[in-house]
Design a protein around this ligand. Structure first.
Ligand code: WTA
Length: 657
């Protein structure tokens, strides 16, 4: 059955968005979107040449728009142009409207709000850039950022790009082992961090985690520590330096370094099918253009109307990079940096923040929407959410129930509900409705963004499935500006993962349907990646963490369905000979995963079992485990090829316990 058989409801664009009383949309009609999209994929040089000059400021203009190909893996955009990311995000706005608020920091405790203007942003970023220079950071160097959601984290990213250094932001929920691996992979010699983080009323031992990671990272010479809570932290001199002491030494201006359009801008590690995370590398101009264009068009952002853009993600993920920092700041926006959680001190927090800052664009994840929906509508009562125009979601498929709740309870049926599909590797949105013009279907990310030529391929033959009403794997048939260019120090892995599986295409790793009306529906990953609350994890990574435990012989991890988190982790482990399953073992194994990866990777269930389902050649049949945990044991298919088919029943019994 395909999606179109279900007669999905279609929601027209709410009349309110077409005015009066709201800014005139950047894109006025569905026809205009279609016309521009056609131009963007048929004449990308013309389309992006114009957009590149409109949205970005260049220190040296480009003459060539697009080069290279997906076949060759040598994609490049704006090849001979030069620019600086930090200048584009900060200076040009500080010059034009210095007193406009760039960042609203909504601290963990309600009422703890700090507003930073573009003028201040330029000073803070410059000071820090000067500090980095004093620590011998130069163009092309990698700097690791492991920080809570405080303005200094944004300064850190912009200070790196100001001097042409690459930032590698590591989500501050990662364990010290994960942080160490990411520091070592890119040989960062400077780490920027804070004494502690603060989230949901609790302190997080950020510096201690960094200490443990750096102890095993001989490449690190300097750790710059921002004071967030003021708690005492261990100190290693002269390696550790206080942020406030260092910035006080430098003047609040640092000239931006012009870089080539294709100079690398940042690394962001992400999980793939294999055990080791890969450092996805984005380059400068293409990434910036994707970020600016989508923030402008997908969020229909209007700076002149005083719009306030709030992306509730963490800067440690691509969503935070593109839609808290780069996209909004490129367009001179006011962006909200939210340090807390949707439920602290109570589940009205988002709505209190929306009301207080008169937020116009709200961007969050389906998992948060589901959790808030479950807690009940009373938490929204009495809050004025009328400033909202665009309410968006990202990270995983949004189920229609959650979509409708978001639309009715948060958007009051007066907002555009925007389900954005994209990836760390795509840099910016790939499939998304444009607000004000695209009628939506709950659960569908609708249509491709400008420049993205999507294709549905037969997963086996790789043949493109033409026309509508087709299901297969989602691919993209020509390069677009913000696509990742390589995996750090591992170009063959880049080719192997994205470009070689289906020659001539970028392979997303997701299954998808294009329904009878041409709407796209993402069906989830077709590889060994699982998505827990929008956090992307590889099953192999979790398995490797488990087998580091002395008792474990083998581990097999699969994704189960979960009402709240989308997917959840089920781990099956067999033990080494002569090891007994003591009572605390499952807990120990859980801690093991938390220690090696981080708390967000906590398995929902761990089963210590006698054996795993294996073929006669010893391959673990994860497909069978997946069915068992998802209550589909009656459709396991042919299990006679297993070395020992009797394991299956014992596994079914174990899971039921
Ligand atoms: C999934 C997050 C369905 C998808 C920006 C993708 C989605 C992976 C959606 C990338 C969506 C993201 N609908 N699935 N709207 N958005 N995904 O790299 O499986 O953390 O491949 O980037 O999340 O996760 P990543």
């Amino acid at each position: 059955m395909t999606a179109s058989d279900q007669a999905d409801p279609v929601y027209p664009v709410p009349q309110r968005l077409l005015g009066p009383g709201v800014p005139k949309p950047h894109i006025a009609s569905l026809d205009e979107y279609k016309k521009l999209w056609e131009e963007s994929v048929n004449e990308p040089e013309k389309f992006f040449g114009k957009l590149g000059n409109e949205l970005l400021t260049w220190s040296k203009p480009f003459t060539q728009v697009k080069s290279g190909s997906l076949e060759q893996g040598d994609v490049a955009w704006f090849l001979d142009g030069e620019l600086n990311a930090s200048y584009n995000c900060v200076d040009r706005h500080a010059l034009a409207h210095p007193d406009r608020v760039a960042i609203i920091h909504e601290g963990d405790e309600p009422g703890n709000v700090v507003k930073i203007t573009y003028r201040q942003l330029l000073q803070e970023v410059s000071r820090l850039a000067n500090v980095l220079l004093s620590l011998d950071v130069r163009k092309g160097d990698n700097v690791c950022i492991y920080m809570p959601m405080i303005p200094e984290a944004v300064y850190a990213m912009l200070a790196c790009t100001r001097i042409g250094a690459l930032h590698s932001v590591v989500f501050a929920g990662f364990s010290s082992d994960s942080l160490r691996d990411r520091i070592l992979d890119c040989s960062a010699h400077v780490v920027l961090t804070a004494d502690e983080g603060r989230r949901g009323g609790k302190n997080i031992a950020t510096k201690r985690i960094v200490d443990a990671a750096v102890k095993e990272s001989p490449c690190v010479d300097h750790v710059l520590v921002c004071r967030r809570t003021g708690s005492e932290v261990p100190w290693t001199a002269p390696r550790d330096k206080w942020w406030h002491e260092e910035i006080a030494k430098f003047r609040p201006y640092c000239p931006p370094v012009s870089v080539n359009a294709e100079d690398p801008m940042f690394l962001l590690y992400t999980s793939g099918s294999t055990g080791t995370p890969k450092g996805v590398m984005h380059t400068t101009a293409g990434y910036l253009l994707g970020a600016a264009a989508t923030q402008k068009y997908v969020f229909d952002y209007h700076a002149e109307a005083g719009d306030v853009h709030a992306c509730m993600a963490d800067i440690g993920w691509i969503t935070g990079h593109t839609y808290i920092v780069y996209g909004p700041l490129l367009n001179g926006a006011t962006t909200v940096l939210f340090e807390s959680t949707p439920t602290y001190p109570n589940p009205s927090r988002f709505w209190e923040v929306v009301q207080k800052h008169k937020i116009t664009q709200l961007y969050t994840a389906p998992t948060a929407i589901r959790a808030l929906r479950r807690l009940g509508n009373k938490w929204l009562e009495g809050y004025d959410l009328s400033s909202l125009r665009i309410i968006a979601s990202v990270g995983e498929p949004i189920n229609p129930e959650a979509w409708e709740w978001y639309n009715e309870q948060v958007g009051k049926n007066q907002c555009a509900v925007i389900d954005t599909y994209w990836q760390t590797e795509t840099g910016s949105h790939i499939l998304t409705p444009l607000p004000c013009v695209v009628p939506t279907k709950p659960g569908s990310a609708t249509f491709p963004f400008f420049g993205v030529k999507t294709a549905i391929l037969d997963p086996v033959t790789g043949k493109e499935l033409e026309g509508n009403d087709v299901t297969g794997v989602l691919a993209i048939s020509q390069s677009w500006p913000s696509m990742a260019r390589t995996v750090y120090n591992n170009h063959y892995r880049y080719l192997d993962t994205y470009l070689n599986p289906y020659p001539g295409f970028y392979f997303t790793g997701d299954g998808a349907t294009r329904d009878a009306d041409g709407y796209y529906w993402i069906r989830g990953r077709v590889d060994d990646v699982i998505n827990v609350s929008g956090h992307r994890l590889s099953t192999a990574e979790i398995e490797s963490a488990l087998i580091l435990h002395h008792a474990v012989a083998e581990a097999a991890v699969v994704g189960g369905q979960d009402e709240l988190t989308g997917q959840c982790i089920h781990a099956f482990c067999t033990l080494k000979p002569n090891v007994d399953a003591n009572e605390g073992l499952e807990k120990e194994l859980t801690l093991q995963v938390r220690k090696v990866i981080g708390p967000f990777a906590t398995p929902k269930r761990i089963y210590v079992v006698g054996d795993l389902p294996k073929t006669r050649s010893g391959k673990i049949m994860r497909r069978i485990l997946r069915k068992i945990v998802n209550g589909e044991s009656d459709s396991l298919g042919d299990i006679s090829t297993l070395a020992d088919p009797s394991v299956v029943q014992s596994l079914i019994d174990k899971v039921k316990q």
